[in-house]
Design a protein around this ligand. Sequence first.
Ligand code: HEM
Length: 123
Amino acid sequence: METLSKFTAPGAGLALTLAVGFWLSQLGKPYNGILFNVHKLIALGTVIFAILQISKTMNIAVSPLLIVVSIAAGLCVVALFASGALLSIGKLDYALTLVIHRIALAALLVMVVLASYLLGRNI
Ligand code: HEM
């Protein structure tokens, strides 16, 4: 539980990224420049902070399942950044890219819930 509390701030960053993402989506295209950059930079800051906190957790024994879940979460983040960048430059099919951004997001949320559960119960 104590370890889980290290991730409160990255969790808040994720919630903020989601909120700004939906707001950005709501306003439609062409994207609001400020919101777009805020969305991107909060996402980046959250990822950096989460990595920093994960590195502080390296000293405790964790299950292989938690490692697998964390790697899957990392892959979701990569997909979010790649699809986010493609959405902004508008090179690939818009609808397809948005679906990828949404699927990666849904998968990330599942991984975060799973990881929190495993960490919280020291599994
Ligand atoms: C952890 C990383 C990220 C999360 C959790 C996230 C989450 C979200 C969410 C929830 C939405 C609203 C989607 C919807 O309406 O269903 C969104 C939209 C969007 N995101 Fe992200 N995002 C992330 C990273 C990024 C990055 C790095 C970029 C840009 C490089 C980006 C660009 C966009 C754009 C352009 C939209 C608007 C899509 C539209 O046309 O509706 N996102 N994001």
